[in-house]
Design a protein around this ligand. Structure first.
Ligand SMILES: Nc1ncnc2c1ncn2[C@@H]1O[C@H](COP(=O)(O)OP(=O)(O)OP(=O)(O)O)[C@@H](O)[C@H]1O
Ligand SMILES: [Mg+2]
Length: 427
C-alpha cells in the first residue's frame, strides 16, 4: 500500500446505479470504472441439486459476467432475469429488485476490497436518479450496512448518495450549467447553479430502453420477431446500426440510398439481419429519442407501440413524447432570467444515449447528439447555446462520484435536509 496517499484517496469508491449498467470501483481506476449489467438471474435450481452446481445456498442469485453462462431458454428470461430498475425507480416493495441491487453492490465491493491491514472499509459514494424518493436513499444505506454484517468484515466505512446529474457537473467542474443525463431508463434535465435547482428539474421517462423498444418493432416488421424478444440483442443492434438524422425528411426523400444499407451479424453464429430497402429506418432510432412527436411515429402508436410515459414538473404533466428541446427550454425557463443565458451556454450531455456515432460516408445524413441539440435549439429561437458531449459519457457520473468523495470531509455527517454528508456504517 502506498503510504503517501490519504485514506480518502486510497479508498473512495463510486457506485452509479444505472438502469442498464452498474458502474463501480475505487478511485485508483482512473477515468474508467468497472461495469456490470444491472441485472440478476434467479436460476431454476432445486434444493436437491444446488450443491452440484457449486452454489452455497438453495436460492442463489447470479450477477456479473457469469449471468450469460447460466441463461436458459428465451421463455425463461422474462421471469427469472431481473432488471431492477425501470426509469431509475424501484418500488419499495419490489424485493427481488432490491435483492439484485444488493448483490451487484456486494459484487463490486468484494471485487476491489483489499486484504491489507490498513483497510477499514470503502467510503462509498452512490448515485441515484435525481427524482429518487427518500426510501431509495434509505434502502441504499441499509444495503451497505447489511453487506458488512453478512460478510462479517468491514467492506464499507461510510456511505453517501448524490443525484446523478450533480455528479456530472462535479466531474466537469461546472458551477452553472444544464446537465442532460440520458441513460437507458430516463433523461434527467437538470439546471445547476452550484447545487441542483430542484424546482426546474425535469425527468423525461424515456431513454435508451425506449429506443430499444422501437428497434424491436423495426426488427419484428422485418421478420426477426424471435430475436426481437431478447433485450440484449436488440440493444446491441441499436447501438451498432442506429443513427441520428440531421434531417429525417431528407433521409426519407432518399430512402433507397445504397449507403444506408447494412448487414448486422453476431460473430460465431448464423444470425444475420439485413433490412434491405427498409435500412433507412435505422435513422428512426435516433430521431425517436429527440423527437418522438414526429408524425412518422404516429403509425407505430396507432398499432399499439407504447408511448414513453408522462412525468411531472412541479405539478405540470410533461408528456413522455415531449420533444427534447421543448423539455430543455421548459426546465431552463423556470429559472431566473438572469441565469438562463448561462444555463444555455453550458449544456453538458452525459449518458450512453448520447454516444451515437456518425459512420464514415454518412456525414451528409447523420449527426452527433450535440449538433442535433444545437440545431434544434437554434430552430426554437435559442441562438447562443453551447452543447458539449462529455468524454466517455457513460462514465461521467462515476467520475464525479469519486471527486465528490475525495472532497467531502470524513467527519461531515449526513443531513436529510440538505441530502449531503456521510452515513457512518457499522459492522
Ligand atoms: N453508441 C451508442 N449509440 C446509441 N446508444 C448507445 C450507444 N452506446 C450506448 N448506448 C445506450 O446508452 C444506454 C446506456 O447508457 P448508460 O450506461 O448511461 O445508462 P444507465 O446509466 O445504465 O441508465 P440510467 O442512467 O438511465 O439509469 C443504453 O440504452 C445503450 O444502448
Ligand atoms: Mg446512468
Amino acid at each position: 500500500m502506498e503510504t503517501s496517499k490519504s485514506y480518502r484517496e486510497l479508498f473512495t469508491f463510486g457506485e452509479d446505479y444505472g438502469t442498464s449498467e452498474f458502474k463501480f470501483g475505487p478511485s485508483s481506476l482512473g477515468d474508467v470504472p468497472d461495469a456490470i449489467e444491472s441485472r440478476g438471474y434467479f436460476p431454476d435450481i432445486t434444493e436437491a441439486t444446488y450443491g452440484v452446481y457449486g452454489f452455497q445456498t438453495p436460492r442463489p442469485i447470479i450477477v456479473g459476467p457469469e449471468v450469460s453462462e447460466h441463461l436458459e431458454s428465451r421463455s425463461d428470461l422474462t421471469e427469472r432475469l431481473v432488471h431492477p430498475m425501470t426509469s431509475g425507480l424501484i418500488e419499495s416493495s419490489d424485493d427481488r429488485a432490491w435483492t439484485v441491487v444488493k448483490e451487484i453492490t456486494r459484487y463490486g465491493l468484494k471485487r476491489y476490497a483489499p486484504s491489507t491491514a490498513g483497510f477499514d472499509g470503502f467510503n462509498c459514494v452512490s448515485a441515484l436518479f435525481s427524482g429518487s424518493p427518500r426510501y431509495m436513499y434509505e434502502k441504499i444505506f441499509a444495503i451497505h450496512e447489511e453487506i458488512n454484517k453478512e460478510e462479517g468484515r468491514k467492506l464499507v466505512k461510510n456511505v453517501t448518495v448524490i443525484p446523478q446529474p450533480l455528479a456530472v457537473a462535479i466531474a466537469q467542474k461546472a458551477i452553472t450549467c444544464t446537465v442532460i443525463e440520458a441513460g437507458h431508463g430516463n433523461t434527467q434535465i437538470t439546471p445547476i447553479s452550484k447545487a441542483v435547482i430542484n424546482s426546474s428539474l425535469l425527468t423525461l421517462n424515456r431513454g435508451g430502453a425506449d429506443v430499444d423498444a422501437l428497434a424491436g418493432e423495426i426488427l419484428r416488421d422485418a421478420g426477426f420477431g424471435d430475436l426481437a424478444k431478447e433485450r440484449k440483442f436488440v440493444k446491441i443492434f441499436k447501438e451498432t446500426v442506429g443513427l441520428i438524422p440531421m434531417d429525417l425528411k431528407k433521409v426519407m426523400e432518399n430512402d433507397h440510398e445504397e449507403k444506408f444499407r447494412f448487414v448486422f451479424k453476431i460473430p460465431g453464429t448464423r444470425i444475420s439481419v439485413d433490412l434491405g430497402g427498409a435500412a433507412w429506418q435505422r435513422f428512426l432510432l435516433g430521431e425517436f429519442f429527440f423527437n418522438p412527436e414526429n408524425e412518422i411515429f404516429q403509425s407505430y402508436y396507432k398499432r399499439g407501440f407504447r408511448r414513453p410515459t408522462d412525468s411531472y414538473l412541479k405539478g405540470d404533466v410533461v408528456a413522455g413524447t415531449t420533444n427534447l428541446i421543448e423539455a430543455v427550454t421548459k426546465s431552463i425557463e423556470r429559472c431566473s432570467f438572469e441565469i438562463q443565458a448561462n444555463l444555455y451556454h453550458n449544456i453538458l450531455l452525459s449518458g450512453g444515449n448520447f454516444a451515437w456515432r456518425v459512420p464514415p460516408g454518412l456525414e451528409e445524413y447523420a449527426t452527433d447528439a450535440a449538433t442535433k441539440i444545437m440545431t434544434m435549439l437554434e430552430a426554437s429561437g435559442v441562438n447562443n447555446a453551447k452543447v458539449i458531449t462529455t468524454t466517455n459519457p457513460q462514465y461521467n457520473v462515476w467520475q464525479g462520484l469519486i471527486v465528490y468523495g475525495l472532497y467531502l470531509p470524513e467527519n461531515y455527517e449526513w443531513k436529510w435536509e440538505r441530502q449531503e454528508g456521510w452515513i457512518l456504517v457499522t459492522q
